[in-house]
Design a protein around this ligand. Structure first.
Ligand code: APR
Length: 167
């Protein structure tokens, strides 16, 4: 049974085995979590992402999938990049969002990571309503069949933190 904890803070500072990045399918960086991870982690991460684009992920990482790279200068050992769905009011993409958590834990298991930090995937630029994203995220982690011992949700502001701890 995975232990779940919630903290308010910056995901780049987490002392865990793997930090999950809210990436886009290009894997070539962006703002928000993506920007912070590349900025703090340094160029090694982008170099590893470019290698992935030149090999297994020629057309980019599909939404809902996850892939690991080095964490560069971050305190973590790995970054697990996942691509969240953009929120659409007329289309239910909940399972794609849940897949980000399931697939990231599957990659963590392949790595042998025991502690994993997740941001609130899709709740920033991708506009997913926070309460609904929190419900989907916590449920997906609770239901996951994983060897990961601790999942830490790292929330950036009060509203996100309150939404997650309420799950
Ligand atoms: N640590 C933890 N959480 C953070 C941090 C941080 N350093 N920076 C931002 N957040 C929070 C945001 O407040 C939001 O709640 O992470 C959540 C996800 O927001 P985004 O980073 O915008 O991610 P997402 O909504 O999934 O959009 C992904 O944005 O940055 C680009 O390249 C990225 O195109 C991709 C898109």
């Amino acid at each position: 049974m995975v232990r779940i904890s919630f903290v308010q803070g910056d995901i780049t500072e987490q002392q865990v085995d793997a930090v999950v990045n809210a990436a886009n399918s290009s894997l070539l960086g962006g703002g928000g979590v993506d920007g912070a991870i590349h900025r703090q982690g340094g160029p090694e991460i982008l170099a590893a992402c470019r290698d992935l684009r030149a090999s297994r992920y020629g057309s980019g990482l599909p939404t809902g999938r996850a892939v690991a790279t080095t964490a560069g200068r971050l305190p973590a050992r790995w970054v697990i990049h996942t691509v969240g769905p953009v929120w659409q009011s007329h289309e239910d993409r909940s399972d794609l969002l849940a897949s980000c958590y399931r697939e990231s834990l599957r990659v963590a298991d392949e790595l042998g990571a025991h502690t994993v930090a997740f941001p609130a995937v899709s709740t920033g630029v991708y506009r997913w309503p926070m309460d609904d994203a929190a419900r989907i995220a916590v449920r997906a982690v609770r239901e996951a069949d994983t060897a990961v011992s601790e999942v830490r949700f790292v929330l950036f502001d009060d509203a996100a933190y309150e939404a997650f701890v309420a799950q």
